[in-house]
Design a binder for this molecule. Sequence first.
Ligand SMILES: Nc1nc2c(ncn2[C@@H]2O[C@H](COP(=O)(O)OP(=O)(O)O)[C@@H](O)[C@H]2O)c(=O)[nH]1
Ligand SMILES: [Mg+2]
Length: 620
Amino acid sequence: MEPTEHRLTISQLAEDFRWLEDHCRRQPDLVALAGRLRLASALTRNVVGPFLEGQPARPLHIAVVGGAGTGKSTVVNFLAGAVVAEANPQAGYTRHPTAFLPPGPSFPWPSFLGFLGPLQRLSDDQPANTDRDVYQVKRIPAREGAEPHPLAGCVIWDCPDMTTWAAENYVNRLLEVAGLADVVVYVASDERYNDEVPTQFLHLLVSAGKAIVVVLTKMRAADAAALVGHFRQEVLGRLPVSPSGAIPPIPVMALPQLTPDERRDPAGVAAPHRAALVQAIRAVCPSEDAARTRTVVNAARYLSVAGEGLLDVARSDLAQLEAWKAAVAAGQRDFEERYRREFLSGERFGRLDIYAERLLELLEPAGAGRIVSQLLWLLRSPYRWLRDSLYALVVRPEVLGVPEKTVVEASFQSWLDFLQAEALRKAGTHPLWKQLATRFAAELAPQARERFTHNFRTFEVQQRQDVEAAGQALIARWEKNPALLYSLRGGKWGLDVAIIAAVTYYTWPPGWLLLLIPVGVALTHQLAEWFIRCLVEGTRQRLRAEREALLTATLTQPLADWLTQWPSTGGTSLEKLQQVLHRVPVAIRRLEQRVSERVTTAFPPPAASPCPVPSVPKTA
Ligand SMILES: Nc1nc2c(ncn2[C@@H]2O[C@H](COP(=O)(O)OP(=O)(O)O)[C@@H](O)[C@H]2O)c(=O)[nH]1
Ligand SMILES: [Mg+2]
C-alpha cells in the first residue's frame, strides 16, 4: 500500500459502513446492527485512520458512558477533579459529547478526514442538551497550587445516555466517541446496573477490544461489595466467550452514594473516591503508546473478526433480492412461453397475404402483355372455381385465435399474481418480502400496470412497422433486381406460351382437347403461387422470431428490470450490495495488515495484548 493509499481505503470503507448503516436503519428490526456498523466506521475513521497517518498517541481518550441518570457526568467531574460537567436529574439531558481537557502541556487536537464523522466542533459554550451533531471542547480550570493533574494528556468525554439503539442521532454521537476511546468508563447505578440496552452496549465495547473500567454508583456503602459481585456475575459473567482468548478481567469499582458536599468537591472532600477512580484508569493504561497501540490493534482485529458478521445483513438481503429477481425472471419466462403458445404459434401475419398477391402480380407481364395475361386469367377461371370449391370443402374455416392483446394482458396478470403469491408466502421470512407483500396491491401492482400499458403501446406500434417492413422487403427484392424479376416473369410466361403452343400443335385440328390449355396454364399459375407461398412462409418464420425478440425487448424485459429494482427504491441495489460485500473484507484485510506493519516498525511489540478480542455477539 502506498503511504497515502490507506486514506482512500479508509474513506471507502467508512463510506461502505455508512451505506450499510443507512440500509439497516430502513429496517426497524436492524437498528442495533446499525449501531454496530456506526461503531465500525467510527473505529475506522477515529482510530485506525489517525494511527496510520502517524498521529501521536497523546491525547488518550477516556469516554464516560452508560444508561440515563447513572451518574456519568458526576464521574466525569471526579475524573476532572472539579465540577465541570452538568450533572442533571433529567434523564437524557446530555445530547452531545463534551471533551474536557485537564490542565497541563498542550497537545495538538487529532485531525483526520472523517474524524468524529458528522460531529462538528462548537466554538462557543452551549448547554449539554443542545441536540445537534456537535461536540464541545472545554478546559478544566487549573487549581492554584495543586499538583499536576493525574490525567494530564488525556481527554475526558462526557457522553449522551445509552438507553435505546433507535435514537439515531444521539446514539450515533455516543458511538463516535466510544469508537474513539482508548478507555471506556462504563457507569451503572445500583438500581439499574443490569439494564438491557446499556448491557448490550457494554458487550459491544468489549467485543471491540476497548479497555474498560466499570463504575457502579449510588449504592449504600454497605451494599457495595454485593453489587460488585452481582455485576461481575450477572453482566460480565455473560460476556460472549472468545475464540481468540479470554477477556481480561474488567476492573469493577464502586462509587457509593455521595453526599452533596462530596459531589461538589471531588478533589477535596471526595478525594479518596477520586483517587481510586483515577488509579483504576491508570492501571489499564500502562503508557500512552501501549494504550493507543492496544486501541488500534484491537480495533483492526475487531473489524476483521466482526466484519463478516456486519456483512451478514448485506449477504442475507442480497440473497433475498436475488430470490426476488429469480421469481421475476421465472414469471417473465412463463409470460413469454404463454405468448408463444397461445398466440404466436398460430399467428399468420395476415398482412403478408396482400404482399403475396402483389408478388404474384409482379410475375404478370406489363404493357401489351397485360391483355394476354388477362386472357390467361380468363382461361384459368374454371380452375379457380374448382380450386376454391375444393378448398372450401376440404379445409375447415380458420378459427379466429385469441387476440394478441387478450393473451398479453392475461399473461401479465398471471405474472403479477405469481409474484404477489410469492411475496405473501415469504412475507414472514425477511423484511424485503414483508415490504413487498404489504405494498404489492396498493403500490407495486398499479405502477407495474401503468408501465405495462405504456410499453405495450410501443410494442404494438413497433410490430405493425415490422410486418409492413418485411412485406415491403419482399417486393423490393424483386423490384430492385430487374434481372431476377424478368427471369421469373419470363419463365412463367414462357411456360404458358410453351404449353399453349404444344397443346395446339399436338391436338391439331382444334377440338375438345384444346381444353388442356386452361388446365396447363392453371398448373403454371399454381406453380408460381406455390413458389411465392414458400417465399412468404420464410418471412413469416422470421417475423415470428422477431416478434418474440420484440416482445422481450419492448415489453417483458423492461418490466422485469423495473420489477427487479422495485424493492431497491431508496438506494439499496443488488449491484451496491454486491460491491460492498466484495469491497469491505478486502479493505479490512488491507488495513489490518497495514496496522500490524506500522505497529511492528513504530512500536516494540507489546508483551501480551492486554485486551484480546472476544467473540463478536451475533446480530440482534
Ligand atoms: N444522591 C446521589 N445523587 C447522585 C449521585 N450521583 C449522581 N447523583 C445525581 O443523579 C443525577 C444524575 O446524575 P448525572 O451525573 O447527571 O447522571 P448522568 O445522566 O448519567 O450524567 C444528578 O442529579 C446527580 O446529582 C450519588 O452518588 N448520590
Ligand atoms: Mg450527564
